[in-house]
Design a protein around this ligand. Structure first.
Ligand SMILES: *Cc1c(COP(=O)(O)O)cnc(C)c1O
Length: 260
C-alpha cells in the first residue's frame, strides 16, 4: 500500500524534536512492516533522511531527534549546510546529479555520492579524491523509467559503465540508485524498482567485483514501501520526516515541473 499521506493529505511540517521523533518512528515502523511482509529484515534497510530545502534550524531539531545522515540533491546547498552545521555529528550524502565543476566540493566532505551517471563525473571525482587521499562510496544512478528527461545510465549501458569504473580507484561502488516514475500508479512505480533489482542481479552474476555489496537505493516518501518489497537496501525519505516541500517536483525531477 503506498503512503496515503503523499497521495492525499500533505505531510505536516515538523517543527520540534518531538515532531521529528514521531515522524522518524512512523517511517521506521512502516519500513519494518514492509520488510516483514516481504520476508526481509528491517536491519538490512538504511533510512537516509533527505533534508533538501529544509532550513538549518529545523535540521538541527531532526539531528537532535536522531538523524545522523542527511541527503541533499544540490551541491551548493549541501556545502552551505555542511559548513553551517559542522558542529553536528552528521554525514552528508549527495543524491542528485553532479556537474564536474562541483566535484571538488563533493570530494572534500561527502560521505557518499548516489547519483553517478557519467564517466566524466567519475573521472573528475577520482582526480579530486586522489589529491585529497580520500575514498568515496558511490551508487550508479540508473534511469529505470525510460523517461528521456531523467538522469541516469540507460539499463543497457550499465554493464559497460560498471566495467569502466575500477580504474577510478578512489570510488568504491556500493550499488545502484534510481528514481521511479512519478505517478500514482503503483504498478508502474514497482516496475522501475523491479528493473533495478534485476539489473543488480545480472551485474552480480556477470562480475560480482564490479557492483560491490550490490545495494539498491530506491524509494522516497511516496513509494519507499513498494521499493522495500522489491529489495531496497537504502530508502531516501524527505517529506515524510521533514514535512511537505513547497518547491515543485521539477526542482529535483527535471521535466516534472508542475506535476508535484
Ligand atoms: C528529494 C529527493 C528524495 C526524497 O523525496 P521525498 O519526497 O522528500 O521523500 C529522494 N531522492 C532524491 C534523489 C531526491 O532528490
Amino acid at each position: 500500500m503506498p503512503n496515503e499521506e503523499v497521495a492525499g493529505v500533505p505531510h505536516a511540517t515538523a517543527n520540534s524534536v518531538d515532531d521529528f521523533a514521531r515522524n522518524i518512528a512512523a517511517v521506521r515502523a512502516r519500513i519494518a512492516a514492509a520488510a516483514e511482509r516481504s520476508g526481509r529484515s528491517a536491519s538490512e534497510i538504511r533510512l537516509l533522511p533527505v533534508s533538501k530545502t529544509v532550513p538549518e534550524e529545523r535540521i538541527r531539531l531532526a539531528v537532535r531527534a536522531g538523524c545522523r545522515q542527511l541527503g541533499e540533491n544540490k551541491v551548493q546547498e549541501a556545502t552551505r549546510k555542511h559548513r553551517a552545521l559542522a558542529d553536528l555529528d552528521v554525514t552528508w550524502s549527495i543524491i542528485g546529479h553532479l556537474q564536474t565543476n562541483k566535484a571538488r566540493e563533493v570530494a572534500a566532505y561527502a560521505a557518499e555520492f548516489q547519483a553517478l551517471d557519467s564517466i566524466r563525473v567519475a573521472e573528475a571525482l577520482d582526480r579530486r579524491l586522489q589529491a585529497l587521499g580520500r575514498g568515496l562510496n558511490v551508487y550508479v544512478q540508473v534511469n529505470s523509467s525510460a523517461e528521456p528527461q531523467k538522469y541516469g545510465i540507460q539499463p543497457e549501458e550499465l554493464p559497460g559503465f560498471l566495467a569502466a569504473l575500477p580504474r577510478y580507484t578512489s570510488l568504491r561502488v556500493r550499488g545502484l540508485m534510481t528514481l521511479a516514475i512519478f505517478t500514482p500508479d503503483t504498478e508502474r512505480v514497482r516496475r522501475c524498482f523491479t528493473l533495478l533489482r534485476v539489473l543488480r542481479d545480472r551485474a552480480r552474476e556477470a562480475d560480482p567485483d564490479l557492483i560491490g555489496p550490490g545495494e539498491l537505493s530506491m524509494g522516497m516518501s511516496g513509494d519507499y514501501e513498494v521499493a522495500i518489497e522489491e529489495g531496497a537496501t537504502v530508502v531516501r525519505v524527505g517529506q515524510a520526516i521533514f514535512g511537505a516541500r513547497a518547491t515543485p517536483a521539477g526542482d529535483y525531477w527535471p521535466g516534472a515541473a508542475g506535476i508535484g
